[in-house]
Structure formats: C-alpha cells, structure tokens
Design a protein around this ligand. Structure first.
Ligand code: SAM
Length: 325
C-alpha cells in the first residue's frame, strides 16, 4: 500500500535534534508529498511508535510540547475487535474513530451493525477507507470525513475510539469528558493520565510492529454525569442535603437526611448512575441514585441511607443552600 506523506529524510533530519525524553514532533504532512513505500510503512511509522515507547513513558510524553500529528500505524485486526468487544459495540451504537487510518475500526463496527464515522486528515487514507468499506459491503453504515480530529463534532457518538498518542489523548480529554454521560471511550495502548480507565486489558499480538513487547493495551472509560456540587432533597417524609465532590468517576462528600447527623460518603458514577457508601467502614449501606433530567432520584437505599428513599434531588441554587429539614 502506498500513501502520500512527508519524506523519511526530512522527518529524520528534524528528529535528529530532538532530545529523547522531550521527543514530540512525529510527522507533519506538508504540501510536498511523496509516495511512501511499503518499507516505510512497515519500518518508519512503527519506528516512531517504538521510539516513543522506548524513550518516554506516557507521563513524560504528556508533559512534552504538544505533537502536531500522529503517524499512520494500524491497529491489528484482533485488537480492533477487542476494542469493540470492550466497549460492547452493538447495532444500536454510533462509533467515531478519531484518526481512522485505513478505516478498519469503523468498518469492523459497521460489520456489527453499528453506524460509524472515521475522521482522518489524510485524503489518501479517506479514499482508501471508502473503497474498503465498499468492498466490505458496509458503505451504508460506514462514513469517512477528511477533517482534523480536533474539529470533529463528537456529540452524536455513543462510542469514541482512539489510537493516537498520550499527549493527543490528553488534549482530547476535556471534549471527551463533556460528552453525553454513558459514552464509552476506548483507546489502544495510551491512557488518559489521571482519568483512570474502568477496565484495561492486555492482548498478546505477535504481529505487532511497534512497541518493545508484542502486546497491546486496550483501555475503556465511561463518561460520567457531572454531579459535583450541592443537591437538595425533598419528599413526602422530609428533606435532605447532599454535597458531592467529583473527580472523574470518583465521588466524595457528605449527606444529611432528615434530622440525622451528616454522614461522610464516597462512591462512583457509572454514566448516569451513582453508588454511594458511608466512608466509615463501621456504617453499612449503599445508596443508588440515577440522574433524571436536571435532578436525581433514589433507585435503592439501605442501611444508613434508608431514609433517603423517596427523596427527589435538585441542584441548590448557585451560592444557595438547602432548606432546613
Ligand atoms: C496510529 S493511526 C490509527 C489508525 C486507526 N485508527 C487504527 O487504529 O488502525 C493514527 C491516524 O490518525 C491520523 N491523524 C493524525 N493526526 C490527525 C489529525 N489531526 N486529524 C485527523 N487525523 C489525524 C493519521 O493520519 C493516522 O491515520
């Protein structure tokens, strides 16, 4: 397969001056494009990822100057399928692959009945992807656009897939966190810094052409509803207040229900569902809440939270408190 890209000579020339741990510039596809041979595909681009993996951990890369572009390296087909399995992609999903390369993740999702969109800034790869989708008989569900991935509208996605670079993941992170709660994000190899994945798996990939080991990591995140702040509860049997401090899917805070003393709590958000437990191991009880429009409702409550059953929760007015019980 051939594809236009920057000459290897120019790229290596620029790379020659880069300090190993600060290595950031990967590839800039300029106007002077030359055909890229199969040798470069199997050697140069994988070498870039290999150098990244060998000389800089994700943390170091994340602190480095932002990269301009990510090289074209394909996700092995088995890993692509594992990414879709981890996100449990079905016919009801709409998947967006950012930097879709030759379209393989988009096509694999369309084969499962999902609709899927590939966003790719290399026109040659976009055309190649369209051709492959046609050959696979999934053109009706697999679309490709030539676009910068940072300009893509992700609001329609139920699943977003990435095989980019650590610092690119971090630049995308605010947009991903702002997506609809429950949206799944799957990344091949690279993580999201302190946004910890819900699940990570390691696959043995003998045919992998990059990295120091013949393995791939696949990570899954689920976008959490934003529930940080003060909530006021009201119901037939009384009132309450719930203060939540949120860090990604982790929650801490305290709740005071009825005349009861405030209870410190911790918990998690999974999409639009919250599970809260008393921080003190001496106190039992799980409180399950669900985001419901602008408010929250209790799905189940036991132990310390029994009295929360039946309360409906609304955000306190800005700078306001909750009415006394
Ligand atoms: C490592 S490849 C991954 C390809 C494919 N997603 C896969 O997993 O097989 C990254 C892709 O992102 C594309 N890319 C890099 N920078 C981009 C940008 N700013 N906007 C859109 N695509 C970009 C590259 O051309 C390349 O095809």
């Amino acid at each position: 397969m051939t594809r236009p890209a920057e000459s290897a000579g120019r790229w290596l020339e620029r790379r020659g001056n880069a300090a190993p741990r600060g290595m950031t510039v990967i590839l800039r596809k300029g106007r002077n494009r030359i055909p890229l041979t199969g040798l470069l595909h199997t050697f140069l681009f994988p070498a870039i990822f290999l150098l990244l993996a060998a000389t800089a951990g994700p943390a170091a890369l994340a602190q480095a100057t932002p990269v301009e572009e990510v090289p074209f390296v394909t996700t092995p087909q088995d890993v692509a399928e594992a990414m879709l399995d981890l996100a449990a992609v079905t016919a009801g999903d709409h998947l967006i692959d950012l930097g879709s390369g030759d379209g393989r993740i988009v096509i694999a999702a369309a084969r499962r009945g999902a609709t899927a969109l590939g966003v790719e800034n290399d026109p040659w790869l976009v055309q190649e992807s369209i051709r492959k989708a046609r050959d696979a008989g999934v053109s009706a569900r697999a679309r490709f656009v030539e676009k910068d991935l940072f300009d893509a509208d992700l609001s329609s996605a139920s699943v977003v897939t990435l095989y980019l670079l650590p610092e690119v993941n971090l630049r995308l992170r605010p947009s991903l966190l702002a997506l609809r709660p429950g949206t799944r994000v799957v990344s091949h190899d690279w993580d999201m810094g302190d946004w910890r994945p819900e699940r990570s798996i390691t696959l043995t990939v003998p045919e992998k052409s990059v990295g120091l080991t013949k393995t791939s990591r696949v990570h899954l995140w689920v976008v959490a509803a934003r529930v940080d702040g003060l909530w006021c509860g009201e119901g037939a049997r009384g009132r309450g207040s719930l203060r939540l401090r949120q860090s990604f899917q982790q929650l801490h805070g305290e709740a005071a229900i009825g005349d009861g003393t405030p209870v410190a709590l911790s918990g998690q958000v999974d999409g639009e569902r919250l599970a809260l437990r008393p921080s003190s191991p001496a106190t039992a009880g799980v409180w399950h809440l669900a985001v419901d429009g602008d408010g929250m409702r209790t799905r189940a409550a036991d132990g310390a939270w029994r009295t929360a059953a039946g309360l409906v929760w609304r955000r306190a007015a800005t700078h306001g408190g909750c009415p006394a019980s």
